[in-house]
Design a protein around this ligand. Structure first.
Ligand code: ZN
Length: 403
């Protein structure tokens, strides 16, 4: 982790955690009665939290019983009195807990929405839940008076925009549509059941991430170095390794990864899988995620994707990676485990909600039959089975445009 950058949830000690913010800095200015604490990087921190810089500053004031002042033009955020950085960082954690994190899944990708009755709601981009904030806190008065400006959120096209302050109209849209997919995919789970399961799985994943404190650094033992050298030699000696899609010879790092996945199926963890890819020298290759997509999962694929989501979040770094992952999944559900074909909408949903697959890439994939990974008929079949999810994506889009 770069110096001066911390996890937005500082209680999560996990290098995979994707939500980071600059470490809050302070500078004491003036003296005597005029002494004050300036927060020179308040706007950077606030940007990472998708909140106006005035909110956390005002929050500090509320908590410390201190006056605050902002000069937004000159980017100056000030709390009167002398306060040390540690204290303000702790208070920032409280602010994040109360006004940023989704109450349900603890994901920080939320928008604040102010309802007609002046309640403040956190609208979660990750799980779709809308949870209220504690309206007894003094900051709520400030927020209602100074509502967040509508901005393009990171997820841009995802979910219900945010410029409409009425949560009633399409608040449960995403969830009911998800349930519809679910019902079509395996013939009738209730709305609530799926919602519950997604939440449970999200919670499990968070717990897993929190527990993953193992050392992720590169193994430098002689054995590991030898393995990496061998992998490098294999890459240099074999034309096209990495970028071509023909089947690999048994010695290629991809074949080795496949064999390793199959042999260690019962002991795999996100950490061990990532380490193995590093050891083989292919952690950054798009073809690696194709191999993972095809060989990492079995019948429990939904739970397993959730478990290994951090690996994909880390390794799927481009559109090409996304396409490779879809290729691997296509082989898995189309050829290796055809019983899973019906689960493809759910599979896509989990990767989509985990921010591993983008809407545009899924749409593109879903509307173009391809012989790249499987034969034409299988490709068609898999896309046909994906339709409920593709339709949902499209409708989610349309409803946003109507807003
Ligand atoms: Zn959530």
């Amino acid at each position: 982790m770069a110096a001066g950058v911390v996890n937005i949830r500082r209680d999560v000690d996990d290098k995979f955690y994707r939500y980071r913010m600059p470490l809050l800095l302070t500078k004491i200015e003036g003296k005597g009665n005029g002494i004050k604490t300036v927060i020179p990087n308040m706007s950077d921190v606030a940007r990472a939290l998708s909140r106006p810089p005035t909110y956390p500053t005002k929050f500090f004031g509320c908590e410390l019983g201190a006056q605050t002042s902002f000069d937004e033009k000159n980017d100056r955020y000030i709390v009167n009195g002398a306060h040390d950085a540690t204290k303000l960082r702790e208070l920032l954690d409280v602010f994040i807990e109360k006004f940023v994190l989704c109450k349900s899944c603890k994901n920080p990708e939320t928008d604040l929405i102010i309802t007609k009755s002046d309640d403040i709601i956190r609208d979660c981009k990750a799980c779709g839940e809308r949870t209220g904030v504690d309206m007894r806190h003094k900051l709520t008065t400030f927020i209602v008076k100074n509502p967040p400006k509508t901005k393009k959120s990171k997820g841009a096209k995802k979910a219900n925009g945010g410029d409409s302050p009425t949560p009633s109209a399409n608040g449960n849209h995403a969830q009911s549509e998800t349930a519809a997919i679910d019902a079509e995919a395996d013939g009738g789970n209730s709305d609530d059941e799926l919602t519950k399961r997604i939440k449970a799985e999200a919670a499990e994943l968070k717990a897993e991430s929190a527990l993953a404190k193992e050392d992720w650094s590169v193994d430098t033992s002689a054995e590991a170095v030898k393995a990496r050298t061998k992998a490098l030699e294999a890459q240099m000696g074999t034309l096209g390794v990495g970028d071509d899609d023909s089947d690999e010879d048994a010695d290629s790092p991809y074949s080795q990864l496949k064999t390793w996945l199959q042999e260690n199926r019962d002991e795999l963890s996100p950490v061990s899988v990532y380490k193995k890819a590093e050891e083989l020298g292919i952690a950054k290759r798009h073809k690696t995620v194709q191999v993972l997509g095809q060989y990492l999962f079995d019948e429990n694929i939904i739970a397993e994707i959730n478990k290994f989501l951090p690996v994909f979040a880390k390794m799927v770094t481009s559109e090409k990676h996304q396409k490779s992952l879809l290729g691997g999944i296509e082989r898995l559900v189309g050829v290796d485990l055809p019983d899973l074909t019906a689960a493809i909408p759910k599979i896509l949903m989990v990767f989509y909600q985990g921010d591993v697959l983008d809407e545009e890439v899924i749409q593109q994939w879903g509307t173009h039959v391809s012989k790249k990974y499987v034969d034409r008929d299988t490709s068609k079949k898999v896309r046909k089975a994906s339709e409920p999810f593709l339709k949902w994506l499209e409708e989610a889009d349309d409803s946003e445009e109507e807003d």
